[in-house]
Design a protein around this ligand. Structure first.
Ligand code: CU
Ligand code: ZN
Length: 363
């Protein structure tokens, strides 16, 4: 429970009501600890609220389904989706976007689609977080926010696909649609950046330059297919231009959320057709400076939310890449912790110790 901004999370018992129409009760098996959870817990997010149960990178087993639920049934392994897919709204019916419109407003306010909560304590409702609230043994979620994945997918790996990893993979595969033989630059080697490196490799990129401040993370990037690992500096743009005949890279990716780095990613994109994909999330109110002449001369800039991934359709396919041996996600799990150690997960993240702490739940 996030009881109060800036205070450690409180591990305690709360009530969880049965799933209603279109909802599903999930028993969590694993859950990643992500930056967005810590950002909200800190109180820095102006749209955050408390009390709430945090967590959004969950994998688990369907325990019980409410009325009308057809796409999952008890015993199925699922990955939680903070970015749902109703398959019916205008956006879901378009191949151009993954931003489902079905439950956005209620989800942002902390409610399930019918405008109420299943979480409560002593009769007082507790709001859900990102429609997921997976720092818990059980959660109730809308059916449209669950991706059914292979039962063979180990939950501690599967949960990584609930957020940053799919965001990075999708940025390269869906949003940029990297072409074989191209040169790519990925700024940032956290979960999103490493996913983007892997996505560029899977699309057949010839050269993949990863830029980060940590030599350890650049080593992980090499393991995902980066051909070059550069320590980031103000000279990075000049270096990209120098190594690409003065033109820039075919594809650049920004995965730090820092607007100064975003600017470098734009300026590193190739004249004529370079595409810069912004996958990092900047702080509220921040702006990105772009010299318009860069756009007139053929560079393009686009954003990618959850990698453009339509979750129920595509997360199972991305998990399959792991099961088929095309993607090694094991090095991303740096620590396995229990739910009662969730605050330690935040501390490890603050110290930038490893890529992901994963909470695992014993039965
Ligand atoms: Cu996340
Ligand atoms: Zn939709």
């Amino acid at each position: 429970m996030l009881e109060e901004f800036g205070a450690p999370l409180n591990v305690t018992d709360v009530e969880l009501a049965e799933p209603r129409t279109g909802e599903v009760l999930v028993r969590l098996e694993a859950c990643g600890v992500c930056h967005t959870d810590m950002y909200t817990a800190s109180g820095a997010d102006p749209s955050g609220y408390a009390p709430t149960v945090l967590g959004h990178e969950g994998a688990g087993i369907v325990e019980q389904v409410g009325e009308g639920v057809r796409s999952v049934s008890p015993g199925n392994r699922v990955v939680t989706l903070f970015s749902p897919q109703c398959r019916e709204c205008e956006h879901c019916r378009s191949p151009k976007t993954n931003l489902c419109l079905a439950i956005r407003d209620q989800q942002n306010l902390g409610y399930l689609p019918d405008g109420t909560t299943r979480l409560s304590r002593g009769g007082d409702p507790i709001r859900h977080f990102m429609g997921t609230s997976t720092f818990a043994q059980y959660t109730v979620m809308p059916e449209i926010a669950l991706a059914r994945v292979s039962s063979e997918a180990p939950p501690d790996r599967a949960c990584l696909f609930a957020c940053g990893l799919s965001t990075g993979l999708g940025a390269a595969i869906n949003t940029a649609q990297v072409e074989a033989g191209s040169t790519c630059v990925v700024f940032g080697a956290g979960m999103v950046g490493l996913g983007a490196v892997a996505g560029c490799r899977l699309r057949g990129a010839e050269r993949i330059i990863c830029v980060d401040l940590s030599a350890d993370r650049l080593e992980l990037a090499r393991g995902q297919g980066a051909t070059d690992g550069w320590i980031g500096s103000p000279d990075t743009v000049a270096r990209v231009l120098e190594e690409t005949g003065g033109f820039g890279a075919d594809y650049t990716f920004e995965a730090t959320g820092l607007v100064d780095v975003m600017r470098q990613a734009v300026e590193s994109a190739r004249m004529g057709w370079g595409l810069c994909t912004i996958a990092g999330v900047a702080g509220k109110g921040e702006t990105l400076d772009i010299v318009p002449r860069l756009l007139i001369t053929g560079r393009r800039v686009c954003g990618s939310s959850f990698g453009g991934v339509k979750g129920r359709d595509q997360v199972p396919q991305l998990v399959q890449l792991y099961l088929d041996g095309d993607l090694n996600v094991d090095p991303f799990i740096s620590h396995r912790i229990g739910l009662d150690e969730v605050n330690r997960g935040f501390e490890l993240m603050e110290r930038q110790d490893g890529i992901r702490s994963v909470i695992t739940f014993d039965r």
